[in-house]
Design a protein around this ligand. Sequence first.
Ligand code: ADP
Ligand code: MG
Length: 214
Amino acid sequence: MIKLNNINKKYDSHEIFKDFNLEIADGEFCAIYGPSGSGKSTLLNIIGLLEKVDSGSICINNISNPFFLNKKGRKLLKNDISIIFQNFGLLENKTVYQNLLYSFNDNKKKIDKKKIMDDALKKVNIETNLNKMISKFSGGEQQRIAIAKAIIKKSSIILCDEPTGNLDNDNKIKIINLLKTLNKEGKTIIVVTHDLEMKKEFNKLINLECIEGG
Ligand code: ADP
Ligand code: MG
């Protein structure tokens, strides 16, 4: 469960959220909709613990005010949340293997990392040599490799910032279907979008235009 209670967030004097409330249940397939500049990415970064609020409370997976957690607790919670950034967040001049390696939580554990990577890539429908450079993949493929990272991390919450923003229709459908599959497997999926067409795909819609502060 993700709960934001009366949060306030300003950048300089620009008020992004004023007494803003939000509740997203476990296993939800949720879209946050709003025009450019309405605070969608900010909200995703707040939920993903990358951005602090000025006031108000946050509760994620029964942990209240996660910013007060110690380093270890915070790391554990952060592992349970994956953010897929609008620009995919991959290191372009590194290989698939090098990019996916960052997603393993415990590097000391003796596990077959290559097999886990191959399985995750199969799941997102990418057949590749792990030594191929990220820059050699199309946008749609890079988006799916970014999702493979979240699969390897085993995060229960996946946040996606405009996941279809840079894709053609064919690739849009692939991404949405992939996110739906992950949701059916129990993951909470939260997608930020300004694409009106995408809205109908989701079970829950949060419209930033309609809420105070959005
Ligand atoms: P969206 O993702 O809906 O387009 P954002 O969350 O990126 O909106 O931004 C909301 C508003 O906050 C915008 O006006 C943006 O310019 C401003 N903003 C975002 N991040 C920062 C920052 N780090 N410093 C100052 N202003 C910011
Ligand atoms: Mg944005």
